[in-house]
Design a protein around this ligand. Structure first.
Ligand SMILES: [Zn+2]
Length: 382
């Protein structure tokens, strides 16, 4: 057990901002090679090239089984949010915390360590196991980029997946999300000399946003009993306080389990901006224009509770006195894309608490419990 903690602490000392996962990948790979893993089983895919950003792809390790059985997948994400930069882990009683005023990075180095510990034990002690695939994903925190762009061929067709991440005990559903970009164009003019000749893109934007908020399409969205949410931020705007702003760029996201509701919200956004543009004219009767688009970042999923991956996870949870109720979350996890790619994948807690805050900490008992959870998954198939 001490070894499991030592590995975790070692990982917690490695910087791993999204897109800068290379050092953590090297740490994991070096330690596994020292343990005796054959290099031929190691792949680093080209996800970062497909994303167009990042110093590493996903780390994928596939090992053949030494007993018969179908292939199982274990995953966790490598990156942490910026709050965790320069974190120094310290053990305080039953927890690992960060020493200074930073996050810890337990989200998700705890998950990385859980699946690492499992693989290291298997190699070191030549434990019996079916064929296995281990994946450490990049850029989860940027909107599950790594799992979205994973090279599926490298996974070797696993039958089911176990993703270690987050504080919820068993997650069998997660929302879907679209990313939107909105560009509102107006017309610039000197704000003191000819203000009437300008078309203020910020006014158009404000009008549209106020209407969307008033009609219940911005923030929490509840329509006919279906839940969704939407958010907008200003990505940039024209500069110069003496110039009527002729461009505002907004970024935003729309989330819901229902892709139908997401489409409806998107159409409401488009309509609200077009209406606002029509009503914002200058003295020459000119109006502005709009560019709006959306891309699907991740699709929602809900695992049927009769699936083997769910049933056996509940059984193990029960054995380990972990709450075995099935939870659906309103954020994305790498399991969104693994499920989308046809691998039914459950997400299991990593022992971390208060992620994305400076209060972040790892509950040591829960972390070790999840390490045991991972072992029992394999034991179920012997
Ligand atoms: Zn996470």
């Amino acid at each position: 057990m001490k070894k499991y903690l030592d590995n975790l602490i070692e990982f917690l000392k490695v910087e791993n901002m999204s897109g800068e996962e290379k050092d953590l990948v090297s740490t994991i790979v070096d330690k596994l090679i020292q343990t005796g893993l054959d290099k031929k089983h190691i792949t680093i895919d080209d996800a970062n090239e497909k994303i167009g950003f990042g110093n590493s792809g996903n780390l994928i390790i596939t090992i053949p089984g030494n007993i018969r059985g179908y292939r199982l997948l274990f995953s966790a994400h490598l990156d942490s949010v910026k709050t965790c930069k320069n974190a120094i882990p310290i053990i305080k009683k039953d927890y690992i915390e960060s020493q200074g005023n930073t996050g810890l990075g337990g989200d998700n180095k705890a998950g990385c360590a859980i699946i690492f510990n499992l693989l290291q034990e298997i190699i070191k002690n030549n434990l019996p196991h079916p064929p296995l695939t281990f994946v450490w994903m990049v850029q989860e925190e940027l909107g599950v980029n790594g799992s979205r762009h994973i090279n599926s061929d490298c996974l070797k067709d696993p039958k089911m997946g176990f993703n270690f991440d987050g504080s919820c005990d068993l997650v069998t559903g997660a929302t879907g999300g679209d990313e939107i970009t909105i560009k509102v164009y107006g017309k610039s003019s000197h704000a003191g000399i000819n203000p009437e000749k300008g078309i203020n893109a910020l006014v158009t934007t404000s009008t549209a946003i106020a209407n969307l908020k008033q009609e219940g399409w911005l923030g929490l969205v509840k329509k006919n009993g279906v839940r969704g949410s939407s958010n907008l931020i200003i990505a940039n705007s024209s500069k110069g306080i003496n110039v009527i702003p002729d461009q505002v760029t907004l970024k935003g996201e729309i989330r819901s389990y229902s892709s139908e509701l997401r489409t409806t919200i998107y159409k409401k956004f488009e309509q609200a901006f077009l209406n606002a543009i029509k009503n914002e004219k200058n003295t020459e009767n000119e109006i502005g224009s709009l560019l709006i688009n959306s891309i699907n970042k991740y699709e929602s999923f809900i695992l049927d509770d009769s699936l083997e991956v769910v049933r056996l996870s509940q059984k193990i949870a029960h054995q380990l006195s972990i709450d075995d109720s099935l939870v659906s979350v309103n954020h994305c996890v790498d399991a969104n894309w693994l499920n989308e790619k046809g691998i039914p994948t459950i997400t299991i807690r990593n022992g971390n608490e208060f992620p994305h805050t400076t209060k972040e900490r790892i509950n040591i008992k829960k972390f070790l419990n999840s390490c045991e959870f991972a072992h029992r998954i394999i034991a179920t198939f012997l």
